[in-house]
Design a protein around this ligand. Sequence first.
Ligand code: AMP
Length: 114
Amino acid sequence: MLGDNIFLKIIEKKIPARIIHEDEHCVAFHDINPQAPVHVLIVPRKVIPTHADIKAEDCELLGHLHLVAAQLAEKLGINDGYRLVLNCKERAGQTVPHLHLHLLGGRNFTWPPG
Ligand code: AMP
């Protein structure tokens, strides 16, 4: 259901998270199950269930998420190399139906991803 997911509860401060950035468009916090020494989730306040649901009106918001990712990579000391991941739908590993960017760093990454 739109408007009822764990990230919305974090955004609304109904459940705790290690928030490291907040602005009018998004909230960023450390992933509870980190896959790298640095693993941060950058989540728009607007509920967009999946990447497949983005609309032209969301372009500026998506650009903003990337700008915040680059700023956080610098702040967290991982801008020597980092990976951004956006899982779209269950087949790609999406578990929370609220679009989000994973910012991962602090180790080497392989390609292709799993
Ligand atoms: P995805 O699988 O792309 O939908 O990513 C969801 C991510 O949210 C996973 O990496 C989870 O570890 C993370 N996650 C789930 N619940 C929480 C939570 N309460 N606080 C922080 N991260 C969470």
